[in-house]
Design a protein around this ligand. Structure first.
Ligand code: DGJ
Length: 726
């Protein structure tokens, strides 16, 4: 068992990391340590986390206690209003009207395995893969808070979530309830996070921690394009492959916050969870509330080591269902080929050109339902548009299957167009605040997913469509953020619950659909990658990475996304050149190499391509089939900063095959380009079948591949495969 409790000290050990905490004499839960795995030992304040000095401005606990002051001590789950002046993990208003909370240890349980979180996505583990600790803490109001920790046995991963239960006799209103709080004794770290916007998602930014607070957050009702629910504390001298990194990734797709605080003593606190702004949750006596999960990854092999742990964990213990272990179909999506201007004949023309090249699925994007010839109407009217598809979905699907292709379809279920039959019948189904007009975005409002009748309607419409034709894939889009977040069904005192109830409703609907259609492949999407988060990955093993399909722009987007998310989760398509978003001209080869950095597909009018382009596509597809299992299960290394060039490497699980993708970005005439590989066996030999050259692993990692010899010009790319030969 990797969790022990001795001398009032808990020691959780995952493979590679330790978390130590101590119950003090008056029942506080003090944080002693999180980091590199510690051996068995006697850990307490004296031996691990010396108590800091006190003074007039550092109040003492009401009873004498080893902690001396809550204002300076490292706390495991800091509470608001009872002596800790730093940002707190919990504030809850009880019968006395104060949001102060004072949690003291009551009991704990340790067991093998990992519990699910009711209604929420989370990582999962079998009994032999992980151990769990639950610690009950109680306030005098009757609020019982259970801190839930799981330590993974094969990864340096500890997950955290929190359950609150009202065991008192009065209503308790949660004002904030973070999923995790982690204190560090120093601030010798940079903050790494992923910022962005539409068509520019997940750009890594590394900044020094500053005294006071820093905050990465979303108030959009979705994780959003602007920040990702992830942050890492990176030791000052840590780099891509060296040094200590502490990752925090939140398994949630709604409004979130990750806050850091460096106090006057130079200690650091990092908190992750549901954004407290605009949040509130009433707990009646007997009711419970569960937070989403924080996934904490420790790496002593730099940022790359952290990423590889997230990749493996999310590929094996978050993504589920049959598609976790299957090669994903190579799709062609009609969006950039036709936008709204298609009919059955046009789709079949694309399919007839695509099928012989090996493309396996046609995805019909936006515009097949209601009267949707542009984005001004019809969301919610999930009935086929007879003008575009007079013979119905069944006929289109039959024709595609006759060609040997599968069929995918686009939905944007959470939305409602004011110009729709659904809105005319059910205006109360949109999110809304009494007396305030709704703010449209892309001419649409958002459905109130907290309502059971809305979920039922969507389930009925989507299942009907999926049952009336053979449809193997759904692209689940979401093209605006939440405003006027109120529900016509809830009383005023529960309106602050709507944002989180929306997420619970969305997750419940996704779960219900996957139970009804277990083989369905879901692809998440939100105007590209506006909801690319671990919560959505639990339901959709791949997510449309960005609406920006320009391969040079995609280098940065995919580079940033790979900081947390596995390559197989990044849906990536070869689109037309000049690119529709940037006008940049690139070769088909470059577009192919970049799209092969993720789950591969096409998004252009393939029927208009020349024979030589088609035959190049057929070659790409043959190549991708060979690479797909390696991309899905291998270990991923970022070899260069994406501004210099695109350079990544994937080593297969068995170490026998190595893929190297390289895209030159700004070539200089005098340009020596040496690419040092990673993760190889020093003494093994690797053959490059294309050149016939054999290298030792040591030569490739320390001497490097000399790409200068390829004489690549601007925006040219190469995919190199190396095979271990002994
Ligand atoms: C946004 C998506 O990201 C695009 O791929 C496309 O599906 C459009 N929505 C359709 O409206």
């Amino acid at each position: 068992m990797s969790i022990t409790f001795e001398n009032k000290t808990f020691h959780l050990r995952s493979s590679g990391s330790s978390l130590v905490m101590q119950v003090t004499s008056s029942g506080y839960l003090a944080h002693l340590y999180y980091g590199h795995a510690l051996p068995d030992g006697d850990y307490r304040f004296e031996t691990l986390a010396p108590v800091l000095p006190q003074g007039s401005f550092f109040p003492n606990p009401p009873q004498e206690d080893e902690l001396v002051s809550l204002a300076t001590a490292m706390m495991e789950y800091p509470c608001y209003g009872t002596g800790d002046f730093r940002p707190s993990a919990i504030a809850a208003v009880g019968a006395d009207g104060s949001p102060a909370v004072d949690l003291r240890y009551v009991s704990h349980r340790i067991y093998a395995g990992k519990p699910a979180i009711p209604g929420l996505p989370a990582t999962y583990a079998a009994e032999q893969d992980a151990d769990t600790l639950e610690i009950d803490m109680q306030d005098h109001t009757g609020l019982v808070v259970t801190l839930i920790y799981t330590a993974f046995r094969d990864y340096p991963v500890i997950t955290r979530s929190v359950r609150a239960e009202n065991r008192g006799s009065h209503t308790i209103t949660l004002e904030r309830i973070y999923s995790s709080a982690t204190d560090f004794p120093t601030s010798n770290y940079d903050l790494l996070h992923l910022w962005g916007s539409w068509a520019m998602e997940r750009t890594p930014e590394r900044t020094p921690l500053t005294h006071g607070g820093q905050r990465i957050s979303s108030l959009r009702g979705s994780s959003g394009h602007i920040h990702n629910p992830f942050a890492a504390l990176v030791e000052k001298d840590a780099s891509e492959e060296m040094g200590e990194v502490f990752g925090f990734s939140l398994v949630y797709s709604g409004s979130f916050a990750i806050e850091t605080e460096v106090d006057s003593l130079g200690q650091t606190r990092i908190l992750c969870g549901i954004n407290p702004d605009g949040f509130g949750w009433q707990l009646q006596p007997g009711e419970k509330f569960d937070t989403p999960e924080t996934v904490m990854v420790y790496s002593d092999q730099g940022i790359g080591g952290m990423s590889r742990t997230y990749h493996k964990l999310y590929s094996r213990h978050l993504i589920r269902g049959p598609w976790r272990d299957r090669d994903r179909p190579i799709i062609i999506n009609n969006w950039e080929a036709t936008y709204f201007g298609f009919n059955e004949e046009k789709l079949l023309e694309i399919a007839r050109a695509a099928a012989p090249l090996g493309i396996e699925m046609l995805v019909m994007d936006d515009g097949w339902f209601g009267r949707r010839d542009d984005d001004h109407s019809s969301l919610g009217d999930w009935y086929v548009d007879q003008n575009k598809l007079p013979l119905g979905l069944g006929h289109l699907s039959d024709e595609l299957h006759k060609l040997g292709m599968q069929m995918g379809i686009w939905f944007e279920p959470e939305m409602i167009s004011p110009d729709s039959d659904l809105y005319r019948a059910h205006p109360d189904w949109a999110l809304q605040l009494p007396g305030r007009p709704n703010s449209p975005a892309r001419w649409q409002y958002v459905l109130d997913m907290s309502r059971q009748d809305v979920q039922d309607y969507l389930f009925e419409r989507i299942s009907d469509i999926l049952s009336c034709a053979k449809i193997e894939y759904v692209k689940w889009d979401f093209n605006r953020n939440l405003t006027e977040v109120g529900s016509a069904l809830l009383p005023p005192e529960r309106q602050k619950e709507v944002g989180h109830r929306y997420m619970l409703g969305l997750y419940a609907l996704l779960e219900r659909l996957l139970n009804a259609f277990p083989d369905l492949l879901l692809e998440g999407c939100s105007g590209g990658g506006g909801r690319f988060d671990p919560g959505m990955l639990y339901y959709s093993p791949q997510i449309w990475t960005s609406d920006d399909t320009d391969p040079i722009e995609r280098l940065t987007i995919q580079y940033g996304t790979s900081i947390v998310y596995p390559p197989s989760s990044m849906s990536a398509h070869v689109s037309a050149s000049p690119n529709h978003q940037t006008g940049r001209v690139t070769s088909l080869n470059t577009r192919g190499v970049v799209a092969m950095g993720g789950s591969f597909g096409y998004e252009l009018d393939i029927s208009k391509l020349s024979d030589s382009e088609k035959s190049e596509i057929a070659d790409q597809i043959r190549q991708y089939h060979e690479y797909a299992p390696i991309i899905r299960d291998g270990s991923y290394y970022r070899l260069m900063n994406s501004h210099e060039a695109g350079a990544w490497e994937i080593v297969s699980d068995d170490g026998k095959t190595v893929l190297v993708g390289y895209v030159s970005v700004l070539v200089r005439v005098v340009n020596v380009r040496i690419l040092k590989l990673r993760g190889l066996d020093e003494n093994a030999r690797y053959l490059d079948p294309a050149s016939g050259l054999v290298y030792t692993g040591g030569a490739l990692m320390h001497g490097g591949l000399n790409l200068s010899l390829l004489n690549l010009r601007d925006r040219e790319a190469v995919m190199i495969k190396l095979v271990r030969v002994d």
